[in-house]
Design a protein around this ligand. Sequence first.
Ligand SMILES: [Fe+2]
Length: 301
Amino acid sequence: MSEAYVVDKNLGVKMEVGAGDLPRVNADGDPVVELTQEQKYLFDARGWLLVPGVLGDDEIAAMRDFALRVQNDPESLPEHERSQVAGPLEKLTDHPVVVGFLNEFLAFPHLSSPTCYGFRMEGSNLRNPAATPEREGQFGPHNGSGLFRFAYDSHHYQSIPGKSFSGLTRVVWELAPVKYHQGGTLLATGSHKAAYTAPESIQDPHSAVWDTYECPAGSVLFFTEALAHSTCPWTNVENERVGIFNLYNSVGSRWSAWNPPEKLIDQMPPMRQTLFRGTHCANNVPGFHYGGQNHVDRQPT
Ligand SMILES: [Fe+2]
């Protein structure tokens, strides 16, 4: 647990995070995979982190097939399963690697419990040539300098020595191989903390501003939406992109109006349902009892 002095809600006191404040297993009972010190350092310094080869071959095939079926043959599925968080893709929403990452960089411990996530999920879509032809081919840099932005629209990043907070946070599951600079996402390393306006050269996808990655199918990329980034035009002729773009935010903030179909949420385990709970802070932990010492003051403020 971080020893950093994170200021709590009332009167500047230090936030105390107890052992039971954040979930240690996900909705399927799988142990959360915590970030290593190196992974925390890399994400914080760069604004992005790739974890290669997370999924097994069988899982990848089932997920890729389902994602493409939702896109290409939705009529073959019940209406509530025409979603990129349905079927085998549901497990990606709170994959142990994702929960471990978000526990560190997004979760609000006071709005979390062993059975409730301290963050929300607010987007999921497929990046595939058939799904998004206009986006896969186009270079379009956006965002950046989140450290210096107010939290108006969640595209912010905050740091104190020993702890950082990424507001709107993107989690990309690459379900097909990505070749270096032949597709995927371009990332302007460190630009979430950029104090200078981006140079003209950021408009050139081959400029020194940009970094990118290569990875096998089944890898996951995390980046803060406070970072400048862009689609990397897909020129890989050996396979097409099958990228699941999941989006997370703090419990009290929302960027999009997206929600999964209600009937799909109803069929999820209760803990996974907490990913999609209402966007508010007061009284938003299931089972919370007034007066709990580790929870924020529930009085209107
Ligand atoms: Fe973006």
